[in-house]
Design a protein around this ligand. Sequence first.
Ligand code: ADP
Ligand code: MG
Length: 600
Amino acid sequence: MVNTMQMINILDDQTINKIAAGEVVERPVSVVKELTENAIDAGSTSVSIEIKGGGIDSIRVTDNGTGINREDIPLAFLRHATSKIHSAEDLAGISSLGFRGEALSSVASVSKVEVMTKTKDSILGYRYRISGGRELSFDEAGVPEGTTIIVKDLFYNTPARRKFLKSSATEGNYITELVEKLILSHPDISFKFTSDGRVRLASDGSGDIKACIYSVFGRQSVTAMTDIEYVSENCSITGFVGKPETARQNRNHELFFVNGRCVKSKILSQAVEEAYKPYLMLHKFPFVILYYDIPTELLDVNVHPAKTEIRFMEERLVSSVTITSVTEGITKKELISDALRQESEERVVPDMPEPFEHNLIKPSDKSPAPARIPTRESEISYSRPVSYPEGKPEQETLFKEGFLSEDNHSKHRIIGQVFDTYWIIEYEDKMYIIDQHAAHEKVLYERFSKQIVQNSVISQMISPPFIVTLSPSEEEVVRQYISEFAEIGFTIEHFGQKEYALSSVPVELFGMSPHDYFLSVLDDIAENRPNKQPAQIKDRIATMACKAAVKGNMRMSYTEADALISQLFTLDNPYNCPHGRPTVISFSQSDLEKLFKRIV
Ligand code: ADP
Ligand code: MG
């Protein structure tokens, strides 16, 4: 119990910084992270990181960025000194990696720091030394353009913290892992990482993500991954997804980069794992490297000082486009989903092998092609030895002579439709089930987006023009996206006051009236704005047009179903709808026989 009155002390800055350092600087890797992020923020194209003794003895980060102005050098080491934001409002639009202005002050309060820096405009460079938060010297120095920061004897003045550090080998490994992520997150910056005099990692800064994956994970990974790309207004994704055989035991290879920042995210992990669920055994985790481009106003990165956590304003959108694009990546040019594999995904019991469990692991086993025995001499050249090499040849074969190929169309036997939705077709030794809606949507989507991309949407004049009355926000959308509207076939002119005239409309209206179609596109853009990327707007238009079309057009005759199948042949990827769901699944005769327990 305190029974004498305690004096209240105002802590001095050095003490405050030392306490705050605990949040920012936990171990050597935190120092490397902060220094490197500063180098990146300074526009560097080349960054060298050298450590000794796992970074405990020394860390040296050299960059070729902007350098620091003479008068700013001591300021940079003050708490909350930053050149990156001016006020709280700026937090909403952060694009730099740093912004809290507490890294350098924290680092300098618990170590011995030396800075050498020179800006382009200054003839002279400077050398500044600060130790335990105390300025030691500030001199002119002949140094190259850019900044070098050397941090020695981390936690020399806080022995309690120093005791918590692990062995230098372990601390060094943390740094290696960090540099791997830095390389992957900034393909356009060349990094060199040296530990105790040995070069551990290097990247060339060529901008090629594949080259970065190669530097970090080696050759095999590159060949076992498929690239994905997904453009939409509020969330675009590019990157690579591993084939199921690249799966890992933990989440360390689920790598997410949001606007250039490597982040951890439950939302993203869950989405990716959901997409892989049909392809992975229990307790296995996918290998993915995904780059997100999301408008900064839809993100909150200021969750934690280390800034590795992130909040999405539109969690559901981010999650669903992740599932869609990853699924599309895994199944790209892939074979038709096997109905039994899908059915069994819910009950993967590793210690009780299912008769068809091989389907869970090797998607290449699903190919109907290898099971096929060539019947005509002309076909024999396509056939291959029984033991297939992994990969592509089967896919090519499937594409040339599989179910969805024009040549084999005549061998299809359309059995009929069930539930107003599914068409059953027999072809060779398999039964195929096509989801009419998914297939239709896919056909329209691919056709329409191609037209949009190639600027070949055909439009027709209408006379007299349609007059539409727009609200102020709708007007804004029309004005902002007038050229995109033109590219998809709408000619719009101001007609006075709130009225606009539609004088030409697309020929293909997806079963809607020109007026309805125009307004639904408009609504959709208005609702999902704001976005500047015309490509994303166009993609959006294509998607919504197709959805609307499919909704309004359910009934289908045999002839129409047959025509739909023919259209599927022409697609780049006929196997999945734009949302990643399969368009076609298949049962082989033996699959059915297993279900009926004729064979085990
Ligand atoms: P923050 O990065 O959050 O702004 P820091 O404490 O990490 O805060 O850095 C403080 C300031 O020092 C930065 O805002 C920047 O102006 C300057 N700075 C730090 N490192 C560099 C560097 N490598 N090149 C250029 N300027 C730097
Ligand atoms: Mg910083």
